[in-house]
Design a protein. Structure first.
Length: 252
C-alpha cells in the first residue's frame, strides 16, 4: 500500500470524516431531539411533478395515429364504452393499484473438481555403460520426480421468500403519446411512533385497468415499489452514524 493511501487511514483523517458526518446529520439530530416524545409528523400532500428531481418519462413511441370517426354513427372509433368511461385516462385521474407481490427463490449449486499429476525422469544407461565416464560413479536411476494433487469442492445456496399484499390509490401524472399512463401513488400510515410508507410508480395501459378502476401491480411496466418506514423502531434497527462511517473508511 502506498504512503498516500496509508495517510488516508490516519486517525486524524478518520476523526475528520466522523466530525463531517456528524455535522451533516446535525440538523436531523436536532430535529429528532426536539421531537422526543412527539409522534412523527406526516408529510404534506403535494404535486408529484413539483418534487425536486422529478423528470417526465420518455419512452420509444410509435407513429401518432389520428382518431377517425365513422359518418352517421353514434359509436366513436376507439371508445371502450357507449357511455362515459369512469376509468382513469387523463392527468389528475385516480386509480387503485392492487399490490400483490410474491417472490420465492430456492437455488442450490455444487461444483467439484480434482486433478492428479505425476512426473518421473531417470537415466539408467549412458552410451551402454551403467557408470558415468571420468568420475566412474553409478548413474542415478531417478533424476527428477514430482507429484501434485489438486481438488476443490464448492457449494452455494439461495433461499428467499417475500410477500406484499395491499392496495394504494395512484394519480395519473403523465399521458404518453401512445396513450399509456404514468402513475404514482404514495401512502403513509402512522401506528404509534412508527410511519409505514408505500410508494408505487410505473407505466400502465388503459386497457389493463379493470371496470372498477383498479389494476394489478403485475401489469405495471417499469414498476417501482418501495415499502419501508421511519420512526423509533426503524431508528433502533439502523446502525449509528459513526459506525456507518467506519464501515466505509476502514479497509478491514
Amino acid at each position: 500500500m502506498s504512503n498516500k493511501r496509508m495517510s488516508c487511514l490516519r486517525p486524524q483523517s478518520v476523526l475528520g470524516l466522523v466530525l463531517a458526518a456528524w455535522l451533516l446529520a446535525g440538523c436531523s439530530a436536532l430535529d429528532r431531539i426536539k421531537n422526543i416524545g412527539e409522534q412523527p409528523s406526516l408529510s404534506s400532500i403535494d404535486n408529484p411533478t413539483a418534487r425536486p428531481g422529478y423528470k417526465p418519462v420518455q419512452m420509444p413511441m410509435p407513429p401518432v395515429q389520428l382518431a377517425s370517426y365513422s359518418p352517421n354513427s353514434l359509436w366513436r372509433n376507439g371508445s371502450r364504452a357507449f357511455f362515459k368511461d369512469q376509468r382513469a385516462h387523463q392527468i389528475g385521474d385516480i386509480l387503485t393499484i392492487t399490490v400483490n407481490f410474491t417472490d420465492k427463490a430456492n437455488i442450490a449449486n455444487e461444483t467439484q473438481r480434482s486433478r492428479t499429476n505425476k512426473e518421473d525422469s531417470g537415466v539408467d544407461n549412458f552410451f551402454g555403460k551403467s557408470k558415468l565416464p571420468v568420475t566412474n560413479n553409478l548413474l542415478p536411476t531417478r533424476i527428477f520426480t514430482a507429484d501434485s494433487n489438486a481438488s476443490s469442492d464448492g457449494k452455494g445456496s439461495v433461499v428467499r421468500q417475500e410477500a406484499l399484499q395491499t392496495n394504494v390509490a395512484a394519480v395519473v401524472t403523465q399521458v404518453l403519446p401512445n396513450g399509456n399512463l404514468v402513475v404514482e401513488g404514495r401512502q403513509e400510515i402512522r401506528v404509534n411512533f412508527e410511519i409505514r410508507e408505500l410508494i408505487v410508480a410505473g407505466i400502465v395501459r388503459p386497457e389493463d385497468i379493470q371496470s372498477d378502476n383498479t389494476i394489478d401491480s403485475s401489469k405495471i411496466a417499469q414498476a417501482r415499489i418501495a415499502y419501508g418506514g421511519r420512526g423509533q423502531i426503524t431508528d433502533v434497527q439502523q446502525p449509528r452514524y459513526g459506525q456507518q462511517v467506519l464501515d466505509v473508511v476502514l479497509p478491514f
